[in-house]
Design a protein around this ligand. Structure first.
Ligand code: 13P
Length: 249
């Protein structure tokens, strides 16, 4: 069985003042059974790890380099993430694919680096609106999945987040049928590639305009094992009900 995971991606948001949200989140989710991961900006990783030390909240990064150290201005290595207390890292988010031209091959290489460093790789895939309207959703998802998820992936080390680009930060959410179609397809593709035992252990998260008002419905969809949440993860009051909905699903 795949782990139930509620992951928050703070993106390029939050300074010192945001750390109090972690304490509030821990209090508001006490007793929750779903795994909770918060991925703050790199500047907050160490302090976020300290702030969540005695709580079930795990901290993750938002990107990593494939090298362990060196002349890569502005980048962050898996060693640095681990040193700062991170347990996981988001890779291949559509904003990085767009803003930084990240390819499937690079995302796969980063995921391999993350796995070698014992970080859980949260690999993001998803189609643009143009691709969906052209009827290419499954083709794109299948291609990205095959090329971005490393051969060494297991349920313990790798999570896949399906985030339709057009649903990110827009308030637009696919229908539950559309989410089910993609998630069922992803599970089938993983099964073909890795076999049922590994495929069923890989958590499939949905991401894109998840809110407390739609979370329970999304978590009831087949092959949805959790969510990767942007805007609604910034405030404990918004994210805690999503964690609770997942725990109750
Ligand atoms: P929103 O939840 O703000 O739509 O962002 C989703 C996302 O990109 C998470 O990685």
């Amino acid at each position: 069985m795949a782990r139930k995971i509620a992951a928050g991606n703070w993106k390029m948001n939050g300074g010192s003042a945001a750390l109090s949200e972690l304490t509030a989140l821990a209090e508001a989710t006490a007793g929750a059974t779903a795994e909770i991961i918060i991925c703050p900006p790199a500047t907050l990783l160490s302090r976020a790890s300290d702030a969540t030390k005695d709580t079930p909240i795990a901290i993750g990064g938002q990107d990593c380099h494939t090298a362990s150290a060196g002349a890569h201005t502005g980048d962050i290595s898996t060693e640095m993430l681990t040193d700062a207390g991170a347990m996981s890292v988001i890779l291949g988010h559509s904003e990085r694919r767009t803003d930084h031209g990240e390819t499937d091959a690079l995302v796969c290489a980063k995921a391999e680096t993350a796995l070698s460093a014992n970080l859980t790789a949260i690999v993001c895939i998803g189609e643009t609106l143009e691709e969906r309207e052209a009827g290419q959703t499954l083709a794109v998802a299948g291609r990205q999945l095959a090329a971005s998820v490393p051969a060494s992936a297991t349920g313990a080390t790798c999570v896949v987040a399906y985030e339709p680009v057009w649903a990110i930060g827009t308030g637009k959410v696919p229908t539950l049928e559309q989410i089910a179609e993609v998630h069922d397809f992803l599970r089938a593709e993983l099964t073909t590639r890795f076999g049922a035992e590994i495929a069923e252990g890989i958590s499939l998260l949905y991401g894109g305009s998840v809110k407390s008002s739609n979370a329970a419905d999304i978590f009831a969809v087949s092959n949805v094992d959790g969510a990767l949440v942007g805007g609604a993860s910034l405030k404990a009051a918004d994210f805690a009900p999503i964690v609770t909905a997942l725990s109750n699903s």
